[in-house]
Design a protein around this ligand. Structure first.
Ligand SMILES: CC(C)(COP(=O)(O)OP(=O)(O)OC[C@H]1O[C@@H](n2cnc3c(N)ncnc32)[C@H](O)[C@@H]1OP(=O)(O)O)[C@@H](O)C(=O)NCCC(=O)NCCS
Length: 193
Protein backbone atom coordinates (compact mmCIF):
# COMPACT_ATOMS: atom_id res chain seq x y z
CA UNK A 1 0.00 0.00 0.00
CA UNK A 2 1.22 3.52 -0.75
CA UNK A 3 0.11 7.13 -0.63
CA UNK A 4 -0.26 8.54 -4.15
CA UNK A 5 -0.10 12.18 -5.15
CA UNK A 6 -3.47 12.53 -6.94
CA UNK A 7 -2.99 12.34 -10.71
CA UNK A 8 -5.17 12.29 -13.82
CA UNK A 9 -4.16 8.68 -14.57
CA UNK A 10 -6.05 7.41 -11.51
CA UNK A 11 -8.84 10.01 -11.44
CA UNK A 12 -11.46 7.70 -12.98
CA UNK A 13 -11.03 5.29 -10.06
CA UNK A 14 -11.51 8.12 -7.58
CA UNK A 15 -14.66 9.36 -9.35
CA UNK A 16 -16.01 5.82 -9.46
CA UNK A 17 -15.58 5.49 -5.69
CA UNK A 18 -17.47 8.77 -5.17
CA UNK A 19 -20.31 7.62 -7.46
CA UNK A 20 -20.59 4.26 -5.74
CA UNK A 21 -21.61 5.99 -2.49
CA UNK A 22 -20.78 5.61 1.18
CA UNK A 23 -17.38 7.21 0.67
CA UNK A 24 -17.02 10.97 1.07
CA UNK A 25 -14.21 13.50 0.60
CA UNK A 26 -15.50 15.46 3.63
CA UNK A 27 -16.66 13.31 6.57
CA UNK A 28 -19.00 16.02 7.85
CA UNK A 29 -20.49 17.38 4.62
CA UNK A 30 -20.69 13.83 3.21
CA UNK A 31 -23.00 13.48 0.12
CA UNK A 32 -22.84 17.22 -0.58
CA UNK A 33 -19.04 17.09 -0.73
CA UNK A 34 -19.11 14.06 -3.04
CA UNK A 35 -21.54 15.78 -5.43
CA UNK A 36 -19.45 18.97 -5.43
CA UNK A 37 -16.27 17.08 -6.30
CA UNK A 38 -17.95 15.05 -9.07
CA UNK A 39 -19.15 18.32 -10.63
CA UNK A 40 -15.61 19.76 -10.49
CA UNK A 41 -14.20 16.58 -12.04
CA UNK A 42 -16.72 16.84 -14.90
CA UNK A 43 -15.96 20.51 -15.47
CA UNK A 44 -12.14 20.47 -15.38
CA UNK A 45 -10.43 17.22 -14.35
CA UNK A 46 -6.87 18.55 -14.62
CA UNK A 47 -7.52 21.53 -12.34
CA UNK A 48 -9.40 19.36 -9.89
CA UNK A 49 -6.47 16.98 -9.51
CA UNK A 50 -3.89 19.78 -9.35
CA UNK A 51 -5.72 21.53 -6.52
CA UNK A 52 -5.69 18.43 -4.32
CA UNK A 53 -1.98 19.13 -3.78
CA UNK A 54 -2.41 22.66 -2.51
CA UNK A 55 0.53 23.89 -0.44
CA UNK A 56 -0.24 27.45 -1.54
CA UNK A 57 -3.94 27.26 -0.57
CA UNK A 58 -4.93 28.26 -4.12
CA UNK A 59 -8.23 26.33 -4.09
CA UNK A 60 -10.01 29.21 -2.37
CA UNK A 61 -12.12 29.33 0.80
CA UNK A 62 -13.30 26.22 2.64
CA UNK A 63 -17.05 25.74 3.19
CA UNK A 64 -18.02 24.72 6.73
CA UNK A 65 -21.07 22.54 7.54
CA UNK A 66 -23.30 25.61 8.13
CA UNK A 67 -22.42 26.99 4.68
CA UNK A 68 -20.08 29.72 5.96
CA UNK A 69 -16.62 29.97 4.43
CA UNK A 70 -13.18 30.39 5.99
CA UNK A 71 -9.64 30.93 4.76
CA UNK A 72 -7.99 27.76 3.47
CA UNK A 73 -4.74 26.58 5.04
CA UNK A 74 -1.93 25.04 2.99
CA UNK A 75 -2.66 21.36 2.61
CA UNK A 76 -2.65 18.30 0.43
CA UNK A 77 -4.54 15.11 -0.08
CA UNK A 78 -3.04 11.72 -0.84
CA UNK A 79 -4.87 8.73 -2.27
CA UNK A 80 -4.51 5.49 -0.36
CA UNK A 81 -3.62 3.03 -3.08
CA UNK A 82 -3.08 -0.71 -3.12
CA UNK A 83 -1.76 -2.20 -6.36
CA UNK A 84 -2.18 -5.62 -4.83
CA UNK A 85 -5.96 -5.15 -4.60
CA UNK A 86 -6.81 -3.64 -7.95
CA UNK A 87 -9.79 -5.86 -8.85
CA UNK A 88 -13.29 -4.38 -8.96
CA UNK A 89 -14.60 -0.98 -9.94
CA UNK A 90 -12.26 1.14 -7.86
CA UNK A 91 -8.99 -0.41 -9.04
CA UNK A 92 -6.38 0.04 -6.33
CA UNK A 93 -8.14 3.07 -4.84
CA UNK A 94 -8.79 2.53 -1.13
CA UNK A 95 -9.52 6.03 0.20
CA UNK A 96 -7.77 9.27 1.04
CA UNK A 97 -5.83 11.00 3.77
CA UNK A 98 -5.53 14.78 3.93
CA UNK A 99 -3.18 17.06 5.84
CA UNK A 100 -3.40 20.85 6.42
CA UNK A 101 -1.33 23.03 8.65
CA UNK A 102 -0.55 26.56 9.67
CA UNK A 103 3.01 27.34 8.48
CA UNK A 104 5.34 27.91 11.40
CA UNK A 105 2.84 26.81 14.05
CA UNK A 106 1.71 23.51 15.55
CA UNK A 107 -1.63 24.95 16.65
CA UNK A 108 -4.60 25.29 14.30
CA UNK A 109 -7.09 28.14 14.00
CA UNK A 110 -10.29 27.35 15.95
CA UNK A 111 -12.29 26.82 12.75
CA UNK A 112 -10.08 23.88 11.62
CA UNK A 113 -11.04 20.65 13.39
CA UNK A 114 -7.78 18.77 12.87
CA UNK A 115 -4.52 18.55 10.92
CA UNK A 116 -5.36 15.19 9.40
CA UNK A 117 -8.55 13.61 8.07
CA UNK A 118 -9.11 10.31 6.29
CA UNK A 119 -11.69 7.93 4.93
CA UNK A 120 -11.52 4.44 3.47
CA UNK A 121 -14.10 3.19 0.97
CA UNK A 122 -16.69 1.01 2.78
CA UNK A 123 -15.82 -2.07 0.71
CA UNK A 124 -12.16 -2.01 1.87
CA UNK A 125 -12.52 -1.17 5.56
CA UNK A 126 -11.08 -3.25 8.39
CA UNK A 127 -7.96 -4.24 6.47
CA UNK A 128 -5.54 -1.81 8.13
CA UNK A 129 -5.48 0.78 5.33
CA UNK A 130 -6.26 3.83 7.49
CA UNK A 131 -3.80 2.79 10.22
CA UNK A 132 -1.03 2.36 7.65
CA UNK A 133 -1.92 5.56 5.76
CA UNK A 134 -1.63 7.62 8.94
CA UNK A 135 1.71 5.97 9.75
CA UNK A 136 2.99 6.92 6.28
CA UNK A 137 1.77 10.51 6.56
CA UNK A 138 3.27 11.35 9.98
CA UNK A 139 6.90 11.62 8.76
CA UNK A 140 5.67 14.02 6.04
CA UNK A 141 3.94 16.17 8.68
CA UNK A 142 7.14 16.24 10.71
CA UNK A 143 8.94 17.73 7.68
CA UNK A 144 6.74 20.84 7.97
CA UNK A 145 8.30 21.54 11.39
CA UNK A 146 5.21 20.73 13.48
CA UNK A 147 5.77 19.46 17.03
CA UNK A 148 2.46 17.59 16.98
CA UNK A 149 -0.65 16.97 14.94
CA UNK A 150 -4.20 17.14 16.29
CA UNK A 151 -7.06 14.98 15.01
CA UNK A 152 -10.72 15.05 16.00
CA UNK A 153 -13.24 12.22 16.04
CA UNK A 154 -16.85 11.72 16.99
CA UNK A 155 -17.07 10.13 20.46
CA UNK A 156 -18.60 7.01 18.91
CA UNK A 157 -16.17 6.62 15.99
CA UNK A 158 -14.27 3.70 17.50
CA UNK A 159 -12.49 2.63 14.25
CA UNK A 160 -11.01 6.12 13.81
CA UNK A 161 -9.99 6.29 17.47
CA UNK A 162 -8.20 2.96 17.08
CA UNK A 163 -6.39 4.27 14.00
CA UNK A 164 -5.12 7.24 16.02
CA UNK A 165 -4.19 5.21 19.11
CA UNK A 166 -2.29 2.69 16.96
CA UNK A 167 -0.20 5.63 15.75
CA UNK A 168 0.66 6.87 19.24
CA UNK A 169 -2.20 9.34 19.65
CA UNK A 170 -3.60 10.24 23.05
CA UNK A 171 -6.86 11.89 24.02
CA UNK A 172 -6.53 15.61 24.79
CA UNK A 173 -10.11 16.64 25.51
CA UNK A 174 -13.79 16.32 24.80
CA UNK A 175 -15.11 19.60 23.41
CA UNK A 176 -18.13 21.20 21.78
CA UNK A 177 -17.65 22.38 18.20
CA UNK A 178 -18.57 25.89 17.14
CA UNK A 179 -22.02 26.50 15.66
CA UNK A 180 -20.42 26.55 12.19
CA UNK A 181 -19.49 22.89 12.74
CA UNK A 182 -22.90 21.97 14.17
CA UNK A 183 -22.21 22.45 17.90
CA UNK A 184 -21.76 18.71 18.60
CA UNK A 185 -19.49 16.89 21.03
CA UNK A 186 -16.14 15.75 19.65
CA UNK A 187 -12.89 14.28 20.92
CA UNK A 188 -9.54 15.94 20.27
CA UNK A 189 -6.51 13.66 19.94
CA UNK A 190 -2.83 14.53 19.68
CA UNK A 191 0.14 12.71 18.16
CA UNK A 192 3.57 14.07 19.12
CA UNK A 193 5.93 14.09 16.13
C1 LIG B 1 -12.32 5.30 10.27
C2 LIG B 1 -11.89 4.57 9.00
C3 LIG B 1 -11.05 5.52 8.13
C4 LIG B 1 -11.03 3.36 9.39
O1 LIG B 1 -10.50 2.81 8.19
P1 LIG B 1 -10.01 1.30 8.12
O2 LIG B 1 -9.05 1.19 6.98
O3 LIG B 1 -11.17 0.39 8.13
O4 LIG B 1 -9.23 1.18 9.51
P2 LIG B 1 -8.26 -0.02 9.92
O5 LIG B 1 -8.52 -1.22 9.08
O6 LIG B 1 -6.88 0.55 9.97
O7 LIG B 1 -8.84 -0.36 11.37
C5 LIG B 1 -8.68 0.46 12.47
C6 LIG B 1 -9.18 -0.28 13.71
O8 LIG B 1 -10.59 -0.16 13.81
C7 LIG B 1 -11.15 -1.44 13.98
N1 LIG B 1 -12.46 -1.44 13.36
C8 LIG B 1 -12.75 -1.37 12.06
N2 LIG B 1 -14.09 -1.33 11.89
C9 LIG B 1 -14.62 -1.38 13.13
C10 LIG B 1 -15.94 -1.37 13.63
N3 LIG B 1 -17.00 -1.28 12.80
N4 LIG B 1 -16.12 -1.39 14.97
C11 LIG B 1 -15.08 -1.46 15.82
N5 LIG B 1 -13.78 -1.46 15.40
C12 LIG B 1 -13.58 -1.45 14.09
C13 LIG B 1 -10.17 -2.37 13.32
O9 LIG B 1 -10.31 -3.69 13.82
C14 LIG B 1 -8.87 -1.74 13.75
O10 LIG B 1 -8.61 -2.04 15.10
P3 LIG B 1 -7.38 -2.94 15.53
O11 LIG B 1 -6.17 -2.20 15.05
O12 LIG B 1 -7.51 -3.02 16.99
O13 LIG B 1 -7.58 -4.24 14.81
C15 LIG B 1 -13.12 4.05 8.19
O14 LIG B 1 -13.97 3.34 9.05
C16 LIG B 1 -13.90 5.18 7.52
O15 LIG B 1 -13.57 5.61 6.41
N6 LIG B 1 -14.96 5.67 8.19
C17 LIG B 1 -15.75 6.78 7.65
C18 LIG B 1 -14.96 8.07 7.63
C19 LIG B 1 -14.38 8.41 8.98
O16 LIG B 1 -14.99 8.16 10.02
N7 LIG B 1 -13.17 8.99 8.96
C20 LIG B 1 -12.48 9.42 10.17
C21 LIG B 1 -13.09 10.67 10.70
S1 LIG B 1 -12.32 11.15 12.25
Amino acid sequence: MKLLVPALAELDHYAEALRRGGYFPDNIRREVSAREELAKIDADPASFVALLDDRDAKAGPVTLPDGSTVKRLPGYRRWIWDDGDSGGDGGGFCGHIGFRWQPGASMLPPYVLGHIGYAVVPWKRGRGYATRALALLLPEARKEGLAHVDLTTDPDNIPSQKVIAANGGTLVERFTTTDAHGGGEMLRWRIML
